[in-house]
Design a protein around this ligand. Structure first.
Ligand code: HEC
Length: 155
């Protein structure tokens, strides 16, 4: 039944790593983060500060407020009570994760993406090979957490 797309569940199996293995995973994760196929840099920036070059990001609630031209966007505004709001990709160095800060939480965010936002899914799903393997997603997870820890050593 877990192959049935309707009941597809991703279960994180965190690898148990010693210190040297964790260091190696973080190094691999850094490379994957910078690879064009992962696209992480495009939105989250080269060092994960949430300052990538792609800034025209909106969640599904804001997309209807966005016209093709600025003029159109201004005209659309009168139909909505709240102004158009851009969505900022997370700055990992701040160490605040809305979906939880455990490795399993970060892993799932990257694996399945964040519904309703431009944050894409990277892992395999029924009928889709995925962009990254589960192993690569763990490497990325440890890299993202290492960025958060650098500026917040107590975490
Ligand atoms: C198209 C732009 C885009 C790309 C590409 C992208 N992200 Fe994101 N990401 C976002 C946005 C936008 C958010 C914030 C969503 C929100 O506010 O809920 C986010 C949020 C996150 C979060 C935070 C989740 C949380 O709980 O707060 C993590 C971790 C993350 N991204 C990792 C990655 C990694 C790793 C990659 C590369 C595999 C990646 N993202 C690629 C746009 C992107």
């Amino acid at each position: 039944p877990e192959k049935d797309p309707e009941h597809w569940v991703v279960t994180p199996h965190r690898p148990q790593l010693d210190e040297a293995q964790l260091k190696a995973a973080i190094e691999r994760g850094k490379l994957i983060y910078q690879e064009p196929r992962s696209q992480c840099v495009k939105c989250h920036g080269p060092e994960g500060r949430g300052d990538g070059e792609q800034t025209d990001l909106y969640d599904d609630w804001n997309k209807p407020k966005k016209g093709v031209t600025d003029q159109q966007t201004r005209e659309l505004a009168r139909w909505f009570s709240l102004p158009l709001q851009q969505l900022k990709p997370r700055n990992f160095q701040e160490g605040i994760f809305h979906g939880g800060g455990r490795p399993e939480d970060i892993y799932l965010r990257i694996y399945v993406g964040i519904k309703g936002t431009p944050m894409p899914a990277m892992g395999p799903a029924p009928g889709q090979p995925g962009i990254l393997t589960p192993e690569e997603i763990w490497d990325l997870t440890f890299y993202v957490l290492s960025l958060a820890r650098k500026s917040h050593p107590k975490q």
